[in-house]
Design a protein. Structure first.
Length: 47
């Protein structure tokens, strides 16, 4: 098995890439970066 990692900067390209992978019968997983943005009040509440 070979792992191929692609960093997609433009999310609009994701469906196209998925379609290509599907047509070739390749399995894949998608890991999305999640950015959390907290307000100052929320940060103060953590302490």
């Amino acid at each position: 098995m070979t792992t191929f990692t692609v960093n997609i900067q433009n999310e609009k390209g994701l469906p196209v890439l998925q379609e290509i992978l599907n047509r070739f019968g390749l399995s894949y997983t998608i890991e999305a970066d999640k950015e959390f943005v907290f307000t100052e009040a929320e940060i103060a509440g953590f302490c």
